[in-house]
Design a protein around this ligand. Structure first.
Ligand code: NAP
Length: 282
């Protein structure tokens, strides 16, 4: 019996997850397939009923269902509850479904792979959407001293700060602000959690303002080399791109579905040798 995993979302423009997970299934000789399942909101309940079947390993969730999926699950792990979103889940042997958030753990795994220790140091996150929430929570959970969250719509930065205030010290700020410029000056890590670099050619913050020991982390993975990644590399800063986070969060999910870890190299290799078939996939 072929086992199954599906990613639900709408629209589902990118095949990256299918490429890397199917490569890992094949490399480990597991008879399983990862499919993309674009669904409408009314299909959520039927989907999660189906995913309780014995041939299912688990599921992935992307926009716009990372919050809505939560009410269809039997258990939600602490990190996902704190963030307020699930992006992956596993089916237990009894058919129950457990949701968790690998954006947070994948982000921290990618940071850890750089060798940088963030505990006790300040951080900057630009963006206030779902990905920013996962990153802010992960940074605080990882022991950073404080996080400045800057966003084009300042109200959304304030909402993130309020939502996660019990986990640590968060200061909200507008994108064009003295507070952001000051925070960049002492940041151990500066993260782009906006779509800038994917939907625009702009950079979310000035890399010249960062200390020379700072890590610049861009969550955007289409394209993997954004104007921010180029600017940070040109300044000689340590850089992590969104493909590395995608791979690391995929590795965490794959291990939950199969019990097999250390698949990052297989997944990265599959993505590097894959030629996307359309402009939307690039
Ligand atoms: P989202 O909820 O839609 O949030 C988008 C964010 O981008 C908001 O903060 C928004 O600001 C900001 N933004 C959009 N256009 C902007 C512009 N022109 N100038 C300034 N700010 C702008 O999206 P999300 O789900 O958090 O995802 C954010 C990014 O992370 C996406 O690029 C996504 O692909 C990436 N991501 C990567 C991974 C990975 O594994 N690598 C995982 C998750 C997400 P406003 O609030 O002002 O609209």
């Amino acid at each position: 019996m072929t086992q199954r995993v599906a990613l639900i979302g709408n629209p589902l423009k990118r095949r990256h997850s299918a490429v890397m997970h199917n490569a890992a299934f094949a490399a480990h000789g597991i008879d399983a397939s990862f499919e993309l399942r674009p669904i409408d909101p009314e299909d959520l309940a039927p989907f999660f009923a189906e995913a309780r079947g014995g041939d299912w390993l688990g599921f992935g969730v992307t926009s716009p269902y990372k919050q809505a999926a939560m009410e269809h699950l039997d258990e939600i792990e602490a990190g996902a509850t704190a963030i307020g979103a699930v992006n992956n889940g596993v089916r237990r042997d009894d058919g129950s479904l457990v949701g968790f958030n690998t954006d947070a753990s994948g982000f921290m795994a990618a940071v850890a792979a750089t060798g940088l220790s963030l505990a006790g140091h300040p951080a900057v996150v630009v963006g206030a959407g779902g990905a920013a929430r996962a990153v802010v929570w992960a940074l605080l959970d990882g022991g950073v001293e404080r996080v400045l969250v800057a966003n084009r719509t300042p109200e959304r930065a304030r909402e993130v700060a309020e939502h996660l205030s019990s986990y640590g010290n968060i200061e909200p700020a507008p994108l064009e602000s003295r507070a952001l410029a000051t925070a960049l000056g002492s940041a151990a890590i500066a993260v782009n959690a906006t779509t800038m670099g994917m939907t625009t050619d702009t950079v979310p913050f000035d890399v010249a303002a960062l200390p020379e020991t700072a890590l610049v982390f861009d969550l955007v993975f289409v394209p993997p080399e954004t104007p921010l990644v180029r600017a940070a590399a040109a300044r000689g800063l340590a850089v992590c791109n969104g493909l590395e986070m995608l791979v690391r969060q995929g590795e965490v999910a794959f291990e939950r579905w199969t019990g097999i870890g250390s698949t990052a190299d297989i997944m990265r290799g599959a993505l590097e040798s894959w030629i996307p078939g359309s402009d939307t996939e690039r």
